[in-house]
Design a protein around this ligand. Sequence first.
Ligand code: IMP
Length: 191
Amino acid sequence: MELVFATNNLHKIKEISPLINGSFRLLILNDIKCFEEIPETSETIAGNASQKSQYIWKKFSINCFADDTGLEIEALNGEPGVYSARYAGEKCSFQDNIDKVLAKMQNITNRKARFRTVISLIIDGNELQFEGIVNGSILAEKKGVDGFGYDPIFQPEGYDITFAEMTLEEKNKISHRGLATQKLIDFLNKL
Ligand code: IMP
């Protein structure tokens, strides 16, 4: 089966590609000549994932999935959450977002946070969702250079290294996206 992953984010593609292992043939937006920005205007992570996959289904009538992820920090009432990509403003960098989180967390002792990914899959017009969550904490400064986004300041529970210090395989085994993708693959393998 062919499935379009509704993203051109190379970090995400690099992470999920080794997990697929022949379960389906992965296409990305470039492969179907979809070059426009897909709207992400929902107030929720699940809503955004759905909005992206529905956009592709309605426009291209092709089986597809989309993911949306948020970093949810307990002491910040779940911020940046659905605004994780543009926390420090439109067109901000990963560094800008990290700086904003670290500034807001400066005098806060409760460092608990989690990453949450929702994948929305559409097959023949029917939508299903898969969720992956990883609990952890926000460090006071960056550690590590791998990964992307907030990885250098997120330390998963039970580890003394950040996502940015892990290999792709290590991160995939426990990460929000890895867990959600595994649920997607388990589902597809049963079809
Ligand atoms: P998206 O809307 O799913 O692209 O994710 C929103 C934002 O969350 C991204 O721009 C990144 O800053 C952050 N993010 C998503 N996934 C990860 C991850 O695996 N590690 C660190 N940050 C992530």
